[in-house]
Design a protein around this ligand. Sequence first.
Ligand code: HEC
Length: 216
Amino acid sequence: MGSFRFVLAAAVLALVACAAPSRETGQGCAVPRLAASPAPGILLGDLGMPPGSLRDDEIAAMADCLGPDLDAAFARVRDKAIDGKNWTTMSTSYRASEHGMFLQVYADAAAAPSYRLYEMGARMPEGATLLKRSFRVGADGKAEAFRIFIMTRERTGYAPDANDWRFAVFQPDGTLIGETGGRGDANVRFCIECHRAAQAQDYLLFVPPRFRIDAR
Ligand code: HEC
C-alpha cells in the first residue's frame, strides 16, 4: 500500500509538472542585434536593460515573441481586482522612464472610459483597475517576462493618503511582492509616493503620448 501511494504520488507529480505552464517558452526570445554583439558593461539586474538602445520595431518584435510568456505570467497572478475581466489595451509596448523595463498598459471596463481621456479624465469608480505587464531585456539581448503592476480603486476610505487606490506588484511566477494596505505593504509604499505627484489627476501618471492607443 505504501509503495502504491508513492507510485501514485509520483505519477501525479509528473502530470502536474507536464501541465504546469512552461517558464521556458520565452528562452528563445532575444534581440538579434544585441545577441550578435552584446553591449559592454553590467546591465542586468532588476531594472537592467541596454539603456535606450532598442528601436521600436525591435521592441514590438520582442513583445510578439514573449506574448505567450506574458500571458502565462499574467494568468498566474491571483488578485480579486483582475479575476475574469476583459482588458482594453491602452499602450503599445514601450520603454518607460520611471518603471524601467518595457511596459504594456491595460484598463478594465470601469477604468477604460476615463483612462482613454488621459489628463482630462474624471475620478475613477470603485473597482476600476489599471494593469501593467512588463518585460526586460538583458545586455545579451535575451528578453523575459517581468513584473505585473496593478492599481485598483477600493471603497471610499480605504487609503485616504492614496485617493483610495490599492497598488500591488507580482513576480512573473505569480508571487505577490506586496500590496498597499495588505500583505507586503512596506514593499510597495513607494508606489504611492511617486504616484502622488499626480494628485491632481487621480494619482494616474499615464502612458506618454507617443505610445497611447485607443485615445478618444
Ligand atoms: C518613480 C515613480 C514611480 C513609481 C515608484 C511607481 N510608478 Fe507606476 N507609474 C509611473 C509613471 C511615470 C507611470 C506612467 C506610465 C509609464 O510608466 O510610462 C506609471 C503608471 C502606472 C500604472 C498605469 C496607470 C497610470 O498611472 O497611468 C500602474 C498600474 C502603475 N504605475 C503601478 C505602479 C505600482 C504597483 C507601483 C509600485 C510597485 C508603481 N507604479 C510605482 C511612475 C511610478
